[in-house]
Design a protein around this ligand. Structure first.
Ligand SMILES: *Cc1c(COP(=O)(O)O)cnc(C)c1O
Length: 231
């Protein structure tokens, strides 16, 4: 990974490497018509750098924080689609409902209901993924795997949500075990709900995630360089 320096040249080189690794892995483990999207995760990244990635062909951005997104979104190149991927408080849904095309981090009935209500109010149907806390980690959001079936049924009954699949952030160690469990969960429910999206894999594990069926890899540092939280 090339770190941030003057200019955005490091993004070109990082993206070239990411694309190469994805296509190598997909050639080996996936069927030729599987589509795998690269999401550029933008937290702490200035809009100019984000827009440079869009110029290089990135067509999907991932936003973690409501406030940061609100302060940056007017400066984004509008040609890329935006998904919300961070922990979302119920009272913040109103700030993003009309400017993102998917919320990947639905993890409770309460959040699903509020998203449904606001989608209806805005005359839209929101695409959603259900976030699963596959490693059962206290520090992470997401629904517990054994409560997933119930939550999916509830989400599917809400008229202004379109349930597309699952998202997860597996524990950094034993990533393979958890990625495999996510693939099993995805396959278990995919037919019943017509899933088409499994969002998993970040800078450290996107190559493995592709082996386990991911079709959106969410990459931040591997694309833009180390995050600077001091700004
Ligand atoms: C930050 C973040 C990523 C990207 O992480 P990197 O390790 O920087 O690639 C992906 N998904 C979510 C939900 C994140 O918060």
């Amino acid at each position: 990974m090339i770190e941030m320096g003057a200019g955005f040249g490091h993004i070109d080189e990082n993206l070239r490497i990411i694309r190469e690794k994805i296509s190598e892995t997909a050639d080996k483990y996936r069927s030729p018509d599987d589509k795998i999207r690269i999401m550029a995760v933008t937290k702490t990244v200035p809009p100019e750098a984000v827009n440079h990635a869009v110029e290089l062909g990135i067509d999907l951005l991932g936003e973690n924080r409501v406030q940061e997104y609100q302060s940056k979104k007017d400066d984004y190149d509008k040609s890329a689609e935006v998904h919300f991927i961070g922990h979302l408080q119920t009272n913040k849904v109103k700030h993003i409902i009309s400017s993102v095309s998917m919320i990947q981090s639905i993890d409770s009935l309460k959040l699903a209901q509020e998203t449904d209500r606001l989608a209806a109010k805005n005359g839209l149907v929101m695409d959603v993924l259900c976030e699963v806390n596959i490693g059962g980690e206290e520090s992470k959001s997401g629904t517990a795997p054994d409560e997933l079936g119930t939550l999916l049924k509830e989400i599917a009954s809400l008229e202004n949500l379109r349930l597309r699949g699952l998202m997860t952030i597996p524990p950094p160690s034993d990533s393979d075990v958890f990625l495999g469990r996510m693939q099993e969960l995805y396959n278990k429910y995919a037919g019943e709900y017509g899933f088409d999206t499994l969002s998993m894999g970040m800078t450290h594990d996107y190559v493995q995630a592709i082996r386990y069926g991911s079709n959106i890899v969410r990459i931040g540092t591997g694309l833009f360089g180390a995050r600077d939280y001091s700004k």
